[in-house]
Design a protein around this ligand. Structure first.
Ligand code: PLP
Length: 392
């Protein structure tokens, strides 16, 4: 007799991480491969983080500090919160999972945007939670429709802001209107993995003071995987009312964040210059790429993050053809956006290589189902909001 799993796990499609770059390079006989697929910081980690890592290597025979004491205190000071408002995890992925495991039981309902960060859906399936995906509107979270989908069984709502894979954001005003109409006992999670890249700071929701008020279950997710360039170490954190953190700590494994990650993150928090340089590289990279794409007559979704969607007709085909030319981007078919690819902004050199290879592909636009010649002013109606809000 084979042991059975429940239906949700049966339905789960494992995350496909793709092959290691070196293996792809060897198999395809490519001289160089660039990876613009996982929204990492192309500039790499802060030199201060690297230095701290070297120093802490000789201590890896010890268990890590299970409370992330120094990191928690430094992050709390920087954020203007108390350490009791913070919980660290093996990537913000783990914090999301911890929150769901702490507060949800099979049969509960969770609402999220679709497509958004895939992990909300995956964990819901694994836990036998009813995940309700609300289609985006203009490739942006449709908070009105999400509010309408919340019923008596709904325990949690996820808003990735800015969103992955679309790079779009909802504004402070929209979030306030949303919070006004939904029941106050529903846990609302704003996943702010890309907050440091946001260009439209003025309209971006400022939710920290609301979390600190502690009068409703509001949670923010942050990570060191993106602008801080520490994705390989796996470290992220949640900000929540102290009682929620207290419960999550009961469920958390005692040594969930490794010692190298803690040391590197602590040092990275001291390197504002690296963060600034990274932000600048991404902003300049986006301007360059947007300009080139316009020249190619390709539409893109203006983004508040370090990645963005490009409308290429047949996304899978463009993805495969770019791969053969040593450029790894993300195929969006699995996200229900088969006409798009998602590209992470790289270094100026990487961006130039990407454009060079894309130009070669676009010599045969018909191969990707794109019309001959350049399309009109504004083509894809779905992008309308993203285009108009940023004036791109
Ligand atoms: C919206 C969003 N949240 C969370 C994460 C996960 O980050 P971490 O590496 O901290 O687990 C990602 C990573 O791609 C993301 O796009």
């Amino acid at each position: 007799m084979k042991p059975k799993v429940h239906q949700g796990i049966e339905k789960l499609v494992p995350y496909d991480p793709g092959k290691p770059i070196e293996e792809l390079q060897r198999e395809m006989g490519l001289e160089r491969v660039i990876k613009l697929a996982s929204n990492e910081n192309a500039l790499g980690p802060s030199p201060r983080a690297l230095e701290a890592l070297e120093k802490s290597l000789s201590e890896i025979h010890r268990y890590p500090d299970g409370s992330c004491y120094y990191l928690k205190n430094k992050a709390a000071e920087k954020l203007g919160v108390s350490p009791q408002h913070l919980i660290f995890g093996n990537g913000s992925n783990e914090v999301i999972e911890l929150l769901m495991r702490t507060y949800l039981r099979p049969g509960d309902k969770v609402v999220y945007g679709e497509p958004a960060f895939i992990v909300y859906k995956l964990i819901s399936l694994a836990m036998d939670i009813k995940g309700v995906g609300i289609p985006l509107k203009y490739l942006t979270h449709d908070l009105e429709a999400m509010a309408q989908a919340i019923d008596g069984d709904t325990k949690m709502v996820f808003v990735a802001n800015p969103n992955n894979p679309t790079g779009t954001m909802v504004t402070h005003q929209e979030v306030m209107a949303f919070l006004e109409v939904i029941p106050r006992d529903v846990i609302v999670v704003f996943d702010e993995a890309y907050i440091e890249f946001v260009e439209d700071q003025e309209r971006f929701p400022k939710l920290l003071p609301l979390v600190l008020k502690e009068d409703r279950p509001l949670v923010l997710m942050r990570t060191f995987s993106k602008i801080y360039g520490l994705a390989g170490l796996r470290i992220g954190y949640g900000i929540a009312p102290t009682q929620m953190i207290n419960y999550m700590n009961r469920v958390r494994q005692p040594f969930n964040v490794n010692s190298l990650a803690q040391a590197a993150a602590l040092a990275a928090l001291d390197d504002d210059e690296h963060v600034e340089r990274s932000r600048k590289m991404v902003q300049e990279g986006k301007r360059f790429l947007y300009g080139e794409l316009k020249g190619l007559g390709l539409e893109y979704v203006a983004s508040e993050t370090n990645f963005f969607l490009i409308h290429v007709g047949d996304g899978k085909r463009v993805y495969q053809d770019l791969l053969k030319r040593g450029v790894i981007v993300r195929n969006m078919a699995g996200y229900g956006l088969p006409q798009y690819i998602r590209v992470t902004v790289g270094t100026p050199e990487e961006n130039a290589i990407f454009i060079k290879e894309l130009k070669v592909l676009m010599e045969h636009r018909e191969r990707y189902g794109l019309p001959h010649g350049l399309p009109g002013e504004k083509g894809v109606h779905l992008c309308h909001r993203a285009f108009s809000t940023n004036g791109q």
